[in-house]
Design a protein around this ligand. Structure first.
Ligand code: NAD
Length: 486
């Protein structure tokens, strides 16, 4: 099959056409033209996929396979992904507009995640508890069973692999429903997994909409766990579905409104401007952990804004499939309208536009929108509170540390925060006051750092459950205690 072949179901290791007509139009956002149509998996098809996963899970051909065998298959899948990385990036660019030249969270880095979890399989263990002379009490991690995975569109290949790699490494079977906006790379990954030696039925794919296929998967009585990345609104629904069905545990990686807190002793203002601009420009601001609120000491606010605005005007706008493009389109007409509406309302709510603010669709054809910077944004304004998921940076000036912390905490989200100061005591004080993961004088993926070993767990309405690192594998296990009297 060619990479561009239409997306279908993938059940029991076989690619199938859905009984439902391919009715969901998938629009290439660089040109606003229809690329293909996607089927919306029916309840019966979801059920078939879940049953396939259940059968294979109970048979144990993956869950009970020796760790060395699971390790070999996941490494092989990582190799196959690496070999097809540029094709997968191309599919994602066509489906949702992530520029092929963007290295962050691209298919090559998704392959690295697979290699990390292949190695993690035989490097996690349980624990032995203190007990009396006649007992041995131990705890081991066991696979959860059938995992339903529901993913968004912003980094389609990586979104899928961030779920699949740890879930499979832990010995589970998975039914994956990728975003209806971008399913082609997931289809390809399912086929590559089979080629890598993953037993048929361990990974099944059900394409379709959230309202139909997603809901049916989330409500299924025989799905043992849901893992979700997406908006907070849909995350809340998944918890309701779990309560209405079989009390399946839910792991949620949801939205964010991450602050940069910049003090006047931050050192290299040029490097900082580059990092902050890069954060909001990457993937057109459609990054869950993007720093979208700039909370900055009043004395350096004007200068920092000027430098960031200059970088915003310096982007190379164009077709996401062109390697020269640094700034592509927004993913969809819906996303485009959302950004346009919030930006046009911002001025009415008192914010001062510094650069951008305009759609570029008439010049470029697709769903393009200018990188946009607002100063003097009130903490109550919609652009300061709502996740825009677009290239819009909202700037608020502060006069003291307490005010900075108060502004940083003025959000329902708790995904990520960035603190910039050369005073380490102050940085740590502020970091500890913020309820999210925090980068100090750093921005992922600048520098080697902890690489894949670092785990991140969202807080507040950004969700819960660790993703990444060994803790990320344990998220897909249950703790089983075995008590032996001997
Ligand atoms: P979304 O919530 O609209 O959709 C995510 C997935 O949920 C899609 O597959 C969709 O089809 C499905 N879905 C929608 N309604 C559903 C329902 N009723 N039942 C079951 N499934 C349903 O999010 P999106 O627009 O695809 O992605 C953008 C969002 O994802 C942003 O909020 C962003 O912050 C978040 N995100 C978070 C992270 C993270 O790690 N925290 C990473 C990437 C994206």
């Amino acid at each position: 099959m060619t990479v561009d072949a239409p997306v279908g179901l993938f059940i029991d290791g076989v690619r199938l056409d859905s009984v439902t007509p391919a009715a969901i139009p998938v629009i290439d956002p660089s040109f606003a033209t229809e690329a293909y149509r996607l089927p919306d998996s029916s309840n019966e098809e979801i059920d078939r996929a879940v049953q396939s996963a259940r059968r294979v899970f109970e048979k144990g051909s993956w869950a009970k396979a020796p760790p060395s065998e699971r390790r070999r298959v996941l490494h092989k899948l990582g190799d196959l992904l690496s070999a097809e990385a540029s094709e997968l990036d191309r599919l994602d660019a066509r489906d949702m507009g992530k520029p092929v030249g963007l290295r962050r969270s691209n298919a090559a880095s998704a392959a690295a995640v697979l290699h990390f979890y292949a190695e993690a399989i035989d490097k996690t263990g349980g624990e032995v508890f203190a007990s009396d002379a006649e007992s041995l009490v131990l705890r081991q991690g066991v696979p959860v069973g059938v995992v339903g995975a529901i993913t968004p569109w912003n980094f389609p290949t990586m979104n899928a692999v961030r779920k699949l790699a740890p879930a499979l490494a832990a010995g589970n079977c998975v039914v994956l429903k990728p975003s209806e906006l971008a399913s082609r790379s997931a289809m390809r990954i399912a086929l590559l997994a089979l080629e890598a030696g993953l037993p048929p039925g361990v990974l099944n794919l059900v394409p379709g909409s959230g309202a139909k296929a997603g809901e049916a998967l989330a409500l299924h009585q025989d799905v043992d766990m849901l893992t979700f990345t997406g908006s907070t609104a849909v995350g809340k629904r998944l918890m309701q579905y779990a309560g209405r069905s079989n009390l399946k545990p839910v792991m949620l990686e949801c939205g964010g409104k991450s602050p940069h807190v910049v003090f006047d002793d931050s050192g290299d203002i040029e490097a900082m401007a580059t990092a902050i601009a890069d954060g909001i420009l990457t993937n057109q601001g459609q990054v869950c952990s993007a720093g979208t609120r700039l909370i900055v000491a009043r004395s350096i606010e004007a200068e920092l804004c000027g430098r960031i605005a200059a970088r915003m005007r310096d982007v190379v706008i164009g077709d996401a499939g062109d390697p020269r493009t640094s700034f592509g389109p927004l993913s969809s007409a819906r996303q485009f309208e959302r950004v346009r509406t919030l930006v046009s309302e911002a001025s009415q709510q008192g914010a001062k536009l510094v650069t951008g603010g305009q759609p570029l669709s008439s010049r470029h054809g697709g769903y393009f929108f200018e990188p946009t910077l607002f100063r003097q944004v009130s903490a109550d304004a919609d652009i300061a509170r709502q996740e825009i998921f677009g290239p819009v940076l909202s700037v608020m000036a502060f006069d003291g540390e307490d005010e900075a912390v108060h502004l940083a905490r003025s959000t329902i989200y708790g995904l990520m925060a960035y603190v910039w100061s050369t005073d380490l005591s102050r940085s740590l004080r502020v970091a500890k006051a913020i309820r999210s993961s925090v980068f100090v004088n750093a921005r992922a993926p600048a520098g080697e750092g902890a690489g894949h070993a670092a785990a991140f767990e969202p807080m507040r309405q950004s969700g819960f459950g660790a993703e990444g690192g060994l803790a990320g594998l344990q998220s897909y296990q249950r703790r089983q205690t075995i008590w032996i009297n001997h």
